[in-house]
Design a protein around this ligand. Structure first.
Ligand code: ZN
Length: 82
């Protein structure tokens, strides 16, 4: 079952497990619990790869700059090449 990502203007991004045949969410389930009807926006998500793939976190975290062995923050993506 794929994971879909939605954005709620009230509580931010959240993920929902839905069947492919299921309809898109139209309002935020969390806000709905509080009696509010907040329309959500569906995001193009790569989250379904989390279930299948390994190394998804590398692409996620590797895109940020990090402290390399020299102690400075460098712009290397994932692996220091200097
Ligand atoms: Zn919400």
């Amino acid at each position: 079952m794929p994971i879909y990502e939605y954005k709620c203007p009230n509580c931010g991004k959240f993920e929902v497990l839905q069947k492919i045949t299921e309809e898109n969410l139209k309002e935020c389930p969390k806000c709905k619990e509080q009696g509010k009807s907040v329309p959500v926006e569906k995001l193009i998500s790569e989250s379904s790869f989390v279930l299948k793939g390994t190394g998804w976190y590398e692409t996620d975290y590797g895109s940020k700059s990090h402290s390399c062995s020299s102690g400075k923050s460098c712009g290397c993506k994932g692996h220091c090449n200097h």
